[in-house]
Design a protein. Structure first.
Length: 206
């Protein structure tokens, strides 16, 4: 929560650029991480999050200063990411890119080489499973499991009832489980990556 948010927003709406700089400084990291979660590319995430702030500044007169800034801004950022993903042939790759920030990685403290390999394999499988979810299911997984949002916060961001958030998250997790089980049983992912009992076959990883 941005301290004195309403006061800062009122100043921003009057054209105070310093006030908007305070808003950007407070939300820029969160905006970048959300954009990265959607598009899976560092440079694109930076560009999209910066573009979202520019769009927000230009649309300041339409913003209701009695409402919190972030849910409104999130919708601007989300729409930009959706449009980018539609244009990009790599738009389905998100959340689990190999170059993702350390904050987003599943890591263990001082893992053994075998543990590191198994962890890498689990990340790969989860990445592939997430890529097969619909956008709305990927979105709730991102917000709940990787951003740590509460059900109420997700409901506010997406403008849907809390019950819908819970239902959507339940089905998203169930689909993830089913997809991963299918990958383990068939021993091959959609990209041709082979698995043996849930692990990539030696010599074929990568």
């Amino acid at each position: 929560m941005l301290e004195n948010e309403r006061e800062i927003i009122i100043r921003w709406k009057k054209g105070d650029k310093k006030a908007f700089e305070d808003i950007v400084r407070h939300f820029k990291n969160e905006a970048y991480m959300v954009a990265y979660g959607f598009v899976g590319n560092r440079e694109d995430a930076r560009d999209l999050s910066q573009d979202a702030f520019i769009r927000a500044y230009q649309a300041r007169e339409r913003f209701d200063s009695d409402r919190p800034f972030y849910p409104w801004f999130y919708r601007i950022l989300k729409n930009l990411c959706l449009n980018h993903m539609k244009r990009s042939s790599h738009g389905h790759e998100s959340l689990y890119q190999e170059d993702q920030p350390a904050k987003e990685r599943f890591t263990a403290a001082l893992p053994t080489p075998l543990e590191s390999l198994e962890e890498s394999e689990r990340r790969y499988m989860l990445k592939m499973a997430i890529a097969r979810l619909s956008f709305e299911h990927r979105e709730v997984i991102l917000l709940k499991n990787f951003k740590g949002c509460s059900y109420a916060e997700i409901a506010g961001l997406l403008e849907i009832p809390v019950g819908t958030v819970m239902s959507r998250l339940y089905y998203a997790r169930k689909m993830l489980k089913d997809i991963i089980l299918e990958m383990e049983e068939t021993g091959i992912s959609e990209t041709g990556h082979h698995f043996a009992k849930g692990r990539p076959v030696a010599g074929e990883a990568g």
